[in-house]
Design a protein around this ligand. Structure first.
Ligand SMILES: [Zn+2]
Length: 190
């Protein structure tokens, strides 16, 4: 059942400022008290032990998995994490590096198909000084971008509770992941 939240009907609709006010306060949970988790209280170690629905996991690989960011910069913001509790990209094994790359590629294709995004920001913040919320556990950001960043999903976010929205986004991405777009049908093919 839909829940309707009043997130401020007088706010400017669809501006970057609007998105920032919607999403950014939640991110502070990650950086509270400058606490860096060890593997026993690390959300990225704990997530795979839950169901995909509860943990907002989009897909699971052999050595890494894809999860929706609970505190997204933008709608559809995914993280690719190795299962191992390592902080540095240079600590990842060749197999982990390869799978993180492959999962990132597939996440891009799925997000483009499901959400019609125009571009992406990809990246890893290495260390707290570089902006990593959970520096102790490596995670690659995949942030979908739209020409205006004023797309369909943030508009829904104005009228639905955040957990419900994230659950719906996860469902759409996970469904498309199971039935991936055909690379031969990509628009850049002659
Ligand atoms: Zn961890």
């Amino acid at each position: 059942m839909d829940r309707v939240e009043d997130l401020g009907s007088t706010a400017a609709v669809g501006t970057p400022d609007e998105i920032a006010r919607l999403w950014v306060p939640h991110r502070m949970v990650y950086v509270k008290d400058h606490h860096q988790p060890d593997h026993r209280d690390c959300p990225f170690c704990e997530a795979p032990s839950k169901t995909d629905e509860d943990a907002l996991i989009v897909a699971r690989g052999e050595s890494a998995y894809v999860i929706l960011n609970l505190f997204p910069y933008n709608t559809g913001h995914m993280l690719v994490c190795p299962y191992r509790h390592i902080g540095g990209y240079d600590e990842a094994t060749p197999a982990e590096v390869a799978e993180i790359g492959a999962l990132t590629q597939r996440a891009m294709r799925v997000a483009r198909e499901v959400m019609g995004c125009d571009g992406f920001n990809l990246g890893m913040n290495q260390g707290e000084i570089a902006g990593a919320g959970i520096a102790a556990h490596l995670h690659q950001h995949i942030v979908p971008r739209w020409a205006s960043d004023a797309n369909f999903f943030p508009i829904i976010a104005k009228t639905k509770a955040l957990p419900q929205l994230l659950g719906e986004v996860r469902e759409k991405l996970a469904t498309a992941w199971a039935d991936p777009p055909d690379p031969a049908a990509a628009p850049d093919q002659p």
